[in-house]
Design a protein. Structure first.
Length: 555
């Protein structure tokens, strides 16, 4: 794409494009503007969730940055849903589906309006990977920017966040907390704009944005309400125009080395299990060969060094005070793990961009010589219960082995009832099936259940496996994305109450201790559940989606 061969030439040059120019004049463009690069500022702004609530202001600043750099910028929005609000009911089935819609919306607007490049600004769990997927798919130059984290709330002198509210629900159900106290906590946990505060999914994907090279190094950790967010938005506008001028496209940046950098950063930071799903999906859009085996290979050499919630003590706003995500990346680089020659969106290499990054502070980010955990944050287990894999976040638990009887539930609600009614006891393995990409459909997150387990005091005494997903705020011994899912013939669909399940993290095993002959008899009797939706977006998704082991993509 050279200066005289931009996509925007198709709407700005020649007498045949007079109708297009007439429309653009109506939104403020002038004769002078038609000779400049035509840039989009794509955001997931809405008032539905605090994660996105402020993105309209950031978009305006990015637009100013683009104009200051000598180009034209027009703003458009995609959808976004709030996982925190959708959690624990039917609405969560739409969450993962929204990732595909966001990527599609970005593609369609960019393609139709013939933009030359973009600044993409995202604030919540699915909008971050959705934007990166869209950028990879179209391969038009651009700069990715995170909207920023929420500040902690205060409850009786203690920092709190949305994770505490979910876990308090379990405490109320068990009688260890009053509903009055829960209401007080509810009112204080989310004090304003920004994404959930710990190293949950949004902050994990923000970490990936920097580590994979698409977000400027140092741009992600400032809280949503901090003035630096506005400054970074203007800088992103400059960087995006520069990327167009240099023909620095997303696929030049998001190489296999860049994905390896991202995986190592997620492990070092103790990031969300959703990172596995989203990185596989982004890699698919890039044409990069990324598999579940890559995650185990890189976890084996990457210790967990950031003491961040949900398993640790601190939140993203605390990490920002000691230097932000570059501190984690610098530790990886200095240890010889990070690919320092990988390109970033500014045109610098990763090593060049990290040259002035601070060293680990020793408390929030530990040095490699004294990690929080010696093993990586995320691991993929396989075995007779999960032939095609299941993902566990070992950074959120001290458990490495577990063997116990299955407590089998079809769907999240039945399992939630069992937890809050006290029917789950120490040593149980909670099995939640029929929640996969197809069977759900939509692969619901399970923060309601896992939060209730923690609040009930069972976090270190029970295990949970599912073909659904977990929130980034989930902690405890939980294994998700179990493949094949139940409705696709996976062993999780054949489990019965009392079957023994054996989990061994050191051996990367997840096994069902039932003879194959018995399973074969059960397989003959298995009846696939009736689809929950027979029309609309969720129906189309169930018909098209692939397995979690390859990113749950619609291709």
């Amino acid at each position: 794409m050279s200066n005289n061969q931009r996509p925007s030439d198709e709407i700005t040059k020649g007498f045949r494009r007079a109708p297009a120019r007439a429309m653009l004049r109506a939104v403020g463009l002038t004769d002078e503007d038609f000779s400049k690069p035509q840039m989009a500022v794509a955001t997931s702004w809405n008032q539905v969730t605090p994660c996105n609530y402020h993105l309209d202001k950031l978009a305006v600043e990015a637009q100013k940055g683009v104009r200051d750099a000598g180009a034209v910028a027009l703003i458009f929005n995609t959808i976004a849903v709030s996982d925190g609000i959708a959690m624990g009911h039917e609405g969560m089935r739409a969450s993962l589906v929204s990732r595909e819609n966001i990527a599609d919306a970005y593609e369609l607007v960019m393609h139709a309006e013939r933009f030359d490049g973009a600044v993409t600004i995202a604030g919540c769990d699915k909008s971050l990977p959705g934007m990166l997927m869209g950028m990879a798919r179209l391969n038009l130059p651009g700069c990715f920017l995170y909207g920023g984290t929420i500040m902690p709330g205060k409850f009786r002198g203690k920092d709190v966040n949305i994770q505490d509210v979910f876990e308090a629900v379990g405490a109320v159900a068990r009688g260890t907390m009053s509903e009055t106290d829960l209401l007080e906590l509810e009112k204080e946990a989310c004090p304003g704009a920004g994404s959930c505060g710990g190293m949950f999914t949004a902050n994990t994907m923000a970490t990936i944005g920097e580590a994979i090279g698409m977000a400027p190094i140092g741009s992600s950790s400032a809280p949503a309400t901090h003035a630096r967010r506005l400054e970074w938005s203007q800088k992103a506008g400059h960087i995006a125009v520069q990327a167009v001028e240099q023909e620095l496209t997303p696929r030049r940046i998001m190489t296999k080395q860049a994905f390896e950098n991202a995986i190592m950063a997620v492990n070092a930071g103790g990031g969300s299990t959703n990172a596995v799903l989203h990185l596989l999906a982004i890699a698919h859009e890039c044409g990069v060969d990324l598999t579940l085996d890559d995650f185990n290979r890189l976890a084996a050499r990457t210790p967990h060094i950031a003491d961040l919630k949900p398993g640790g003590q601190y939140v993203m706003a605390d990490l920002d005070k000691v230097g932000g995500i570059p501190v984690i990346l610098k530790e990886l680089l200095d240890a010889g793990h990070l690919h320092g020659d990988a390109l970033t969106v500014t045109g610098q290499t990763m090593a060049e961009a990290l040259a002035d990054a601070p060293n680990a502070d020793g408390t929030i980010v530990h040095p490699f010589s004294n990690p929080v955990h010696s093993d990586g944050g995320l691991l993929v287990l396989r075995g007779t219960a999960a032939p095609e894999g299941g993902v566990v976040k070992v950074a959120s638990t001290g458990i490495r082995e577990f063997r116990g009887p299955a407590r089998v539930f079809s769907g999240e609600e039945a399992a939630m009832d069992a937890v809050v009614e006290g029917r789950i006891t120490d040593g149980d393995v909670i099995v939640i099936r029929d929640e996969g990409p197809i069977g759900g459909p939509g692969m619901r997150e399970m923060l309601g259940v896992t939060g209730a387990v923690m609040g009930a005091g069972l976090g270190e005494t029970v295990a949970l496996i599912t073909d659904g997903r977990f929130s980034g705020a989930t902690r405890g011994f939980c294994i998700g994305h179990v493949c094949p899912e139940s409705v696709e013939g996976g062993p999780i669909g054949l489990m019965e109450e009392g079957d023994i399940i054996n989990i061994n993290v050191a051996e990367l095993r997840l096994d069902l201790e039932v003879d194959e002959a018995v399973l074969e008899e059960r397989r003959k009797k298995y009846q696939r559940p009736t689809p929950k939706y027979t029309r609309g977006a969720l129906h189309k998704y169930a018909k098209l989606v692939g397995p979690a082991s390859s990113g749950a993509v619609l291709d």
